[in-house]
Design a protein around this ligand. Structure first.
Ligand code: ZN
Length: 245
């Protein structure tokens, strides 16, 4: 089985379209949450995702706040402004669809599980070694795919403990998933990368070949930025796309 891995699309239609145009040879798609928030195309992105087949979705924190499932209080000023705009922009039908997205983690097969933040808490971030060790104790599959930080990352625990891998950088980064090792992998954000590479990020997991690839693709960023400004969203949300932060 080959999975296309998409996370943190954040209403960036141009980035999503670029990834879908470039990604090849996958059987199913995994969407790890935060389909909305920050970007100017929540309805077009949701419509595009709803039209895909063979997709497993889970929700992110922006999906919850944008549909009223969680309070906005935990968001900073920028995220709050954007999600409040998003909440009033979503059509009732798309609002209901986003609100019904399932909670992670979800076990996909014997090798793969997915979560938005971490396998122990859908809203928790995996940044440092403590987060990583906590996540490995909670993960139930050899490969746990996560999102939420918008930073591509690979953590591996093998027979001798935690091993440094990566980080995934460049246009095409590939690792072999070794038997006897366990992995926590963030394939990056489609719609708002924060690793200083502004290109859209996505992953391909081939469970038969035990290969995981993180890829980057250019997209029509000026159009995505112009839409953010035209919507009256904070300028910094347009600028940050260009610097990948
Ligand atoms: Zn996000």
């Amino acid at each position: 089985m080959r999975y296309l891995v998409l996370s943190d699309i954040h209403a960036n239609l141009e980035a999503l379209e670029a990834v879908l145009a470039e990604a090849r040879g996958y059987d199913q798609t995994l969407v790890l949450g935060d389909v909305i928030g920050y970007g100017a195309d929540p309805n077009a992105v949701v419509d595009r995702l709803r039209a895909l087949t063979g997709v497993t979705f889970i929700r992110g924190n922006h999906d919850k706040v944008g549909t009223g499932l969680d309070p906005v209080g935990g968001f900073n000023h920028l995220a709050r402004h954007a999600i409040q705009w998003t909440a009033t922009t979503l059509t009732p039908d798309n609002h209901a669809w986003v609100a019904a997205l399932g909670r992670g983690p979800v076990e996909i097969d014997d090798l793969v599980e997915i979560c938005h933040g971490s396998p122990f808490d859908e809203d928790a971030y995996i940044f440092d070694e403590l987060d990583v060790r906590h996540a490995f104790t909670a993960a139930t599959r050899p490969l746990c795919l996560f999102g939420h930080t918008h930073v591509p990352a690979v953590f591996c625990i093998g027979p001798s403990g935690l091993q440094p891998v990566g980080p995934p950088r460049g246009t095409h980064f590939q690792i072999t998933l070794e038997h006897g090792s366990r992995y926590l992998v963030n394939c990056g954000a489609v719609g708002q990368p924060r690793d200083a590479d502004p290109r859209a990020a996505y992953g391909i997991v081939d469970t038969d070949a035990r290969l995981l690839t993180v890829l980057r693709v250019e997209y029509d960023m000026p159009l995505a930025q112009a839409k953010i400004l035209a919507a009256g969203l904070p300028e910094v949300l347009a600028h940050r796309l260009a610097i990948g932060r």
